[in-house]
Write a protein that binds this ligand. Sequence first.
Ligand code: HEM
Length: 452
Amino acid sequence: MKLPDGPRTPSLLQTLQLVAQPTDFLDRCRDRYGDPFTTRVLGLNSPPVVFFGEPEAIQEIFALPAKKLDFQVATHVFQPLMGDRSVILQEGRAHQRTRQLLMPAFHGDRMKAYGQVICEITEEVTSSWKPGASVLIHQYMPDITLSIILRVVFGLEPGPRYEQVKALLSGLLDDVTTPVFSSQFFFPPLQKDLGAWSPWGNFLRRRQQIDELVYAEIEERRANSDRSSTDILSMLIAARDADGEQMTNQELRDQLVSLLLLGYETTAASLTWAFHWIHASASVQQRLQEELDGLGSDRTPEAIAQLPYLSAVCSETLRAYPIALICVPRMVKETLNIRGYDFEPGTILIPCIYLAHRRPQAYPNPTQFDPTHFLDRDLSPYEFLPFGGGSRGCIGTVFSRYEMKLILATILSRFQLSLSDNRPVRPVRRGITFVPSSGVPVVIHKCLSPEC
Ligand code: HEM
């Protein structure tokens, strides 16, 4: 059966090219072979890995019945961290059930309960910023988004347990971003506990510490259930599936750790990009500032969330360099047809967010940052898909968009900033995301808040 065309170079070379310069590799392949194209990017003897950026193909892939696909081909690396019951590792009915239990906590009206907390945490974390100082945005954003997720998802109030979980999680994630530490997750033979000083032994001990804190919180919360609590852990403890079943402690632990790990670095990385783009363009910065100033005294989270230009700036940030370049890879289990091509079992299909966002048919001047791409235009969920889609689409979509707007508005209403390094940036890998290479250093010119 004929696969879409693609590079014929050895698979190890293609793998290295994708790892070293992913966006260049994807751009080059599309320019040369068209869309879709077939690569071999999973190391030696890689199976065919087909990338799709055209909306019609992505729509067909999202609509495929989940039972025809295996989603664990890439996500299994998360198993040691997130656990077997994590939503990201489940398949079929178990996966559907977990999503049904999780989704209500992240939707519509629930957001209102979180708005004030998001603004307060942003103010707290940036309270040390003073005019004349320089700050590195990528150091502050994870602090804000992790604090938010601990409060909103866990319902943890600042205190010893909050500080311990925060320190353990951010330390672990910092290490996961180093090649030596992260390689253990990709190569199971390296997963040997040779004592606390060995890399795997060190990981297991830290995971144990995190688990003890998480289980202690779950036990306490079960014992003192408070129906008025608005955090996600309380909702999950109270939730029942269609058969009236509750989540077990292990299920709760696996979902909580997954939400923490998937939910904070992603939003922090997107915000870091947003600060870069806003301050790289005087006209974007000015228009956004005017819109925020126009709010006057109506600075409620709901009013902020409805600002059209702020919303367009967030969407354009998520488009221009999506922090996840691809959706979860899907391995074909039964022969299936997409856009006239038959794909055999073992082939890996990748709806490619980055390529979909670079199509000039959907975005005139796709390499430019231009929020008007999103003003008065309707784009389909197959042309704009920073959160993926189909049965595995991101659970935190509404929450993280809301969070991005409130954090940006809170900071930009309090401080006047400018980039201290105007050189072009490129996306570099950090953990599970792609962030701006510069880390976005900014100078604080003015504090616009009465407290400064
Ligand atoms: C700007 C921020 C974020 C971006 C860009 C993002 C992006 C993504 C993407 C691309 C996927 C894979 C979707 C697919 O393959 O179709 C995903 C999955 C997921 N995300 Fe997010 N995400 C963000 C924030 C969050 C937040 C805040 C949470 C929760 C607190 C979250 C929880 C999840 C979960 C649980 C999944 C797995 C869903 C499943 O397998 O069923 N994400 N996200």
